[in-house]
Every structure is written in C-alpha cells, then in structure tokens.
Design a protein around this ligand. Structure first.
Ligand code: AKG
Length: 326
C-alpha cells in the first residue's frame, strides 16, 4: 500500500568500520528480516539522479526524525524448516558450475573499454573480498543508517522505476530531494562511514583501469536487488559541479547474482546497450562517460557464486556498491 508506514523499530547501534566484524552466519539476525519490500521510484532528468515521491511525505523535512525503518538482513539465517528447500535452490546449474571452475583457473582479466570513459574489470574482486564486502554490508545494513526502503513510488507512474533496498555510506543520498545530506531525513540516522577496506579496493580498481582519475570516495550507495529488482535509466549527477566537471569516476562493485546493466546516451531504453555484470565485476565510468545514462533491467536468478552463498548466506539477489566523490 502506497502510504502505509512500517512499524517502528530501533536498529542496533555501536558498530563502526574499525571494530572487528562481529558477523557470524550461524547467529540469528538481531531483528528478523522483513521481506523484499520492493519500491517504485521515478527518475527525472531535470531533478537529478533518481526521484522517489510520496503524496504525503513532507519533502521539506530535514530535521532528524525518530526511526521508522525495518532492518533488512541481506544474509538471513535460513529457518530450520527452510534449510532443505534452500539446499535445493542453491544447487547450481551446470552453466554456473562451469563458469566458476573457469574463474578459479585465472585471475582478473585485463581492463575492457566498454566505451570511452567506461572501463570493465571482469572478475576483479576476489571471492574472499566479495565475502568480506557482503559481511560488512550485512552488519552495516542491520544497524543505524542501514538498508531501508527509500520511498513509496512515483506519483504519476511516469519515468523509470527502481525496486531495491538502499543504504548510503559517508553521506545520505535523499531520493526525495535528489540531494546529499548528512542525515537520512526519514529517520534522522547518520550514514555509516565507508570502511577503510572499501577505500583500498576502490583505489586499486581505478589504478587497474589505468585511464581514469583517482577519487577519494566520500559517498557509497549500496543497493540490494531482489531477483525481481531493477533500476531505471538515470544519470548520477547529484555530486558537486567540480566532481562532475572533472569527470571523476563512479566505481561500481557487483556481488551476488548477475544483472543486465543498461547504458546509453539517453533515457530511451530501446537505444540502451546491455552489459552483463557478474559477481566480482567492477565497472568504472568517468571522463566522457561520467554522465552516461545507466540502470539495471534484470537480475539473473541463481547465478551468484556458490562459495559466496555458502560463506555468507547472502539472500537471492544482487548487491551493488557505487562509490563517488562529492
Ligand atoms: O546496480 C547497478 O549496477 C547500478 C546502480 C546505480 O546506478 C546507482 O546506484 O545509481
């Protein structure tokens, strides 16, 4: 229901990225997960990156508000009754098994220039780093400023749609105003910091891509797409004019199920090209591609690496992290 507010929960607090990770997949989540909670948001070229609207949300509300988001666990512990079913679901198709065997044989492939300013690093993130990223995102996502459902859908039904859970690190990106803020207006939560290990991965990936300028990321938007998740074509253009002018790249990590990533020079889906992003891929777009329209049109079920699922309990779907410098 469009305007139905969820029950009030208090998220766990007290974890910072420098604290040793308390994650243990065999431990129950602090608060039960609440399902996929897909949302629909519109994207508006005039207004910025993405725009979600709610008929009765106060768009001018900037003061911290009491918590109003349900925690969302990207690595829920399967209930005993569902464990057998989960085992069946996780059995990989032959295609996936073969792909993983091939991947184990070699390291990351050389950077691929998708178009000027857009570089793809296939299989760049090692399995152990993917596992760490998932665990860190899971911990952060369950805490203050963690995953939430960022809106109630576009009012007029126009424009691109997105269906996902979101968490911001560093600064909050507010879908209602298309601006970055220090606190999340809907509940007053401050976004967690970007963990130091993420900075290292971003720095190394840009160096590997060779042709794009380095960034000091102060924003990371973490999206979790369920298997029906998607994100309409949009531009990332709410960063500072200086950042955009310099073409400082957006660095995107894909983990979990594969996705069809669309990109092009307009919001016209029919003119967009498609790239399949798989777990461990890093896509970097800056320079001439900094303002590229991009989105996600589909998630491919059961394509996540099996060892990743075994080591994290990552729920079906895809985790995506995009790092930016404001
Ligand atoms: O999930 C992706 O690959 C893209 C995410 C994205 O475009 C965004 O968060 O702005």
């Amino acid at each position: 229901m469009k305007n139905e507010k969820s029950a009030m929960y208090r998220r766990g607090r007290g974890w910072s990225p420098s604290t040793p990770l308390p994650f243990n997949p065999s431990q129950p989540a602090r608060v039960a997960a609440t399902g996929d909670g897909d949302i629909a948001c519109g994207a508006s070229e005039q207004e910025g990156r993405k725009t979600c609207s709610s008929v009765d949300d106060d768009k001018n509300m900037k003061m911290p508000q009491p918590h109003s988001h349900d925690p969302f666990d990207i690595c829920p512990r399967p209930s005993p009754s569902k464990q057998t079913a989960a085992t069946v679901v996780l059995k990989p198709p032959l295609l996936v098994t073969n792909r993983e065997r091939r991947k184990q044989g070699g390291g990351p492939s050389p950077p691929q220039v998708v178009r000027p300013g857009m570089i793809l690093l296939k299989s760049y993130i090692s399995l152990s780093d993917q596992v760490s990223i998932v665990k860190i995102c899971r911990e952060l996502g369950m805490g203050s400023g963690g995953f939430y459902q960022p809106g109630y859908g576009d009012v007029d039904g126009e424009g691109a749609k997105l269906h996902l859970k979101m968490m911001c690190l560093g600064r909050h990106w507010d879908p209602l105003s298309s601006q970055y803020t220090d606190y999340r207006p809907s509940d007053g939560d401050k976004p967690p910091q970007i963990p130091p290990d993420f900075h290292r991965l971003v720095r190394d990936a840009i160096a590997q891509a060779q042709t794009l300028p380095p960034i000091k990321p102060d924003i990371c938007i973490v999206n979790f797409y369920s298997q029906s998740g998607r994100l309409g074509l949009h531009q990332d253009k709410d960063e500072s004019q200086e950042s955009l002018r310099q073409g400082l790249p957006v660095v995107s990590f894909s983990i979990g199920d594969s996705a069809n990533f669309l990109y092009g020079d307009s919001r016209d889906v029919d003119k967009a090209q498609t790239l399949e992003l798989q777990s461990g891929d890093v896509l970097i777009f800056g320079g001439k591609s900094r303002n590229v329209f991009h989105g996600v049109s589909a998630i491919h079920p059961r394509t996540a690496p099996i060892p990743l699922l075994q080591q994290t309990n990552l729920r079906p779907g895809r985790l995506n992290l995009t790092f930016r410098q404001f």
